[in-house]
Design a protein around this ligand. Structure first.
Ligand code: IVH
Length: 699
């Protein structure tokens, strides 16, 4: 009994410590954009906290970072009336518009006017309400008078404090946005899953905040920047810059690049100085907002029907560049889709040199009348994705070549087909070398089977030499077949074979994603693996079984069933199994980090009812284990909430001892015997395995 009380006290202390660390790292990551630890380390902190809270539910506080992961799926969004309307801003497109704005302001305000400049982050406006310091509501702008209640989704945004540093009641406004990195990742995932990518980070942020399932929103990596304190009863604030400083003191994320100027010419210089520098920021910006600083001056200026008279949005012109289109190349993807790409003379746009842009499909090339040799205008959509805006027909010399989609596959010469309701042309030859190559490259990629070192150049050579025709062939490659490849050599060949061999132990979701089933992206693969546990069960499932899973829609269900009904796929799976490739779900650390931190998997590890003795503990493995390798053993410990480190110290809680253990065991014994860590647990393999089995491990 006493021991349990002691445990609970230690757990509470550790939980508080973890929460503090997590908040600190959120601040470094989101506000300062200067993380100190890797994502994996961050996830480890979150997992440890989740494991502690699972063990001691009384430790869960509503503002714990683990509570961000949304629970129930919403039916729809409730409406929220904005007591203070959410207005929009008038626009300025050049310095003269700003001077005109300044003139209108000074007609009303007699005293010298100070202006605040803020970056205009490209996202969507949100309103956050705190009562007694607690986040009680998040809402979209809607039509400015009535928005939607998106509290559940807002709570999942990591840089939004659930609890302010002081127990104040206030409403703040800001921009919810998707950082460039998260946007690129999301679009990569969507393309992998055969879903249309978002055109820009703003659409991606808006789409994510309107997700009815907060778990989806949670995984999207959104962030918020606060630019306005709308209502803070009882606070004596006399200027906008003071209000922002106040918000920042409360722990709210306020834009770091906010500056105050004494006159409009200084504002104009500042705006110009950011014209290109803004491209270096981790989020997309489309302008700068200029606001009168004094709140009494703001009150004197008032509003028009749509926008305040005390603020204006300066819009930078979307950076475009002219260049010459040299070629339109074609590439064949793993599903046979032939994609045209524009290749042009290098130009610098929004901070980087660009030489290529996808033209997506034949129709687009025709609609924009783009010909090889044309002078073209190129820009970056949402500051990120290069695109060809238009051609300049008036600059033609007569030498330009109209583009025509070939009727044969540029790789294998097979026929191209255009399906009735698709814009894409596809090579339908199943043994087209380009498709074979792309399928294998995808299979080996990091998010799939993660075969390190199996890059494009090797796959191309292996396919060209007829050494592999599908992914199962990889597992039959021999050293003497690899060595003669160009620039390969003995050592690389051994490394590559070892990496291929290692991939046999992956959990099912990696294999499922690697197979490249249409519409099955990384997330769906994880859902399927977790649900069916074994590829045989998945192969036996029909569409009704699949759509019964919440995250799986009818289109994906149909695609999965049709994939596994194909005898070629069945044959491939058989050969993969024969080669020793694991086809079962292993609730490993890899699966945990891939999900939302502290999400379903952590709960799952506990679901057998036993409480993990590794939760929140630091574990060291030593010696050789006979039943499983070091990597899998570590994954299990982590899946059960433990942290694995390499050496024994006073921080060590558990030492797992295999065959031929040496100095680590000695050191642990010394720590126990000297009384420094009398509670350090030394366990042998049998005990370790018994614990894993009690938690559902098949070892
Ligand atoms: S102030 C009454 N400040 O731009 C105050 N807006 O074009 C209205 N925006 O709806 C907004 N950054 O979504 C303000 N620093 C900033 C902003 C900002 C982005 C967005 C906001 C607004 C839109 C108006």
């Amino acid at each position: 009994m006493e021991l349990r009380t002691g445990d609970a006290v230690a757990a509470r202390r550790r939980a508080e410590e973890l929460r503090e660390q997590i908040l600190y790292h959120n601040h470094r990551y989101y506000t300062l954009d200067d993380p100190e630890i890797s994502d994996a380390e961050y996830d480890r902190l979150m997992r440890e906290l989740a494991a502690l809270e699972a063990q001691f539910p009384e430790l869960v506080t509503p503002d714990s970072p683990t509570q961000r992961v949304g629970g129930a799926v919403l039916e729809g969004f409730a409406k929220v009336r904005h007591e203070i309307p959410m207005l929009s801003l008038a626009n300025a497109y050049g310095p003269d518009d700003l001077r005109e704005f300044d003139r209108r302001v000074r007609e009303v305000v007699q005293d010298p006017v100070r202006y605040v400049c803020e970056l205009k982050v490209d996202g969507l406006a949100v309103s956050l309400r705190y009562e007694q310091g607690r986040l009680v509501r998040g809402a979209t702008r809607g039509d400015g008078q009535v928005g939607e209640d998106i509290t559940a989704n807002i709570r999942t945004i990591r840089n939004v404090p659930l609890q302010l540093r002081e127990p104040v009641t206030l409403e703040v406004r800001g921009e919810a946005y998707m950082p460039k990195r998260a946007f690129e990742r999301l679009n990569r995932e969507r393309e992998q899953a055969g879903e249309p990518p978002f055109a820009n980070p703003r659409n991606a942020a808006a789409g994510s905040l309107r997700q009815l399932d907060p778990k989806v929103a949670a995984a999207r990596g959104l962030a918020v920047i606060i630019y306005n304190v709308a209502d803070a009863p009882g606070q004596r604030l006399s200027s906008h810059s003071e209000a922002l400083a106040f918000a920042s003191r409360l722990g709210l994320p306020v834009a770091a690049e906010t500056r105050v100027f004494e006159d409009i010419e200084a504002v104009i210089r500042h705006i110009e100085s950011w014209a290109t520098a803004r491209h270096e920021l981790p989020y997309a910006t489309d302008g700068m907002v200029v606001k009168v600083d004094s709140l009494s001056a703001q009150a004197a200026l008032g509003f028009t029907a749509k926008s305040p008279r005390w603020a204006i949005a300066y819009k930078y012109a979307a950076e475009q560049a002219e260049t010459v289109l040299r070629d339109i190349t074609l590439s064949v993807g793993r599903t046979g889709v032939v994609t045209p790409t524009a290749v042009f003379d290098p130009v610098v746009i929004a901070g980087t040199t660009v030489t290529r842009a996808s033209l997506h499909n034949e129709d687009l090339i025709r609609e924009r009348d783009i010909r090889v040799g044309d002078v073209i205008v190129v820009q970056k959509a949402g500051d990120i994705i290069p695109e060809v805006v238009r051609s300049l027909p008036e600059r033609r010399t007569g030498q330009e070549q109209e583009f025509r989609m070939p009727t044969a596959c540029p790789e294998c010469g097979g026929a191209l087909e255009r399906l009735p309701d698709e814009v894409a042309w596809r090579c339908v030859n199943p043994v087209c070398p380009a498709q074979i190559r792309e399928r294998i490259i995808h299979f080996a990629s990091r998010d799939a089977m993660n075969i390190e070192g199996l890059g494009e150049q090797w796959v191309a050579q292996l396919v060209d030499r007829g050494l592999i025709r599908d992914v199962a062939d990889l597992y039959h490659l021999r050293h003497e077949q690899l060595v003669p490849l160009e620039r390969m050599g003995d050592r690389l060949a051994s490394n590559l074979l070892a990496a291929i061999d290692q991939s046999k132990h992956n959990s099912l979701e990696k294999l499922l994603f690697g197979l490249g089933i249409r519409l099955v992206g990384e997330k769906a693969a994880r859902t399927l693996a977790r649900h069916f546990r074994d590829i045989d069960a998945l192969m036996a499932a029909d569409e009704a079984d699949l759509t019964a899973i919440r995250e799986i829609g009818p289109k994906m269900a149909a695609s999965v069933v049709s994939y596994f009904r194909n005898p070629d796929a069945q044959h491939l799976i058989r050969r993969l199994k024969e080669a020793g490739v694991n086809t079962r779900y292993l609730p490993s650390a890899a699966a945990l980090t891939a999900g939302t931190a502290g999400g379903a998997d952590a709960g799952e590890a506990e679901s057998t009812g036993a409480v993990s003795p590794f939760a929140g503990r630091t574990v060291v493995l030593t010696g050789t284990l006979s039943a499983l390798d070091r990597k899998r053993a570590s994954e299990w410990v982590e899946a059960l909430g433990g942290k694995v480190t390499g050496s024994v110290s006073r921080q060590t809680d558990v030492l797992v001892v295999g065959e031929k253990a040496g100095s680590k065991l000695e050191k642990a014994r010394r720590l126990v015997e000297s009384g420094e860590r009398p509670d350090l647990k030394i366990m042998d393999e049998a005990e370790f395995l018994a614990i894993l089995r009690a938690h559902g491990a098949d070892v």
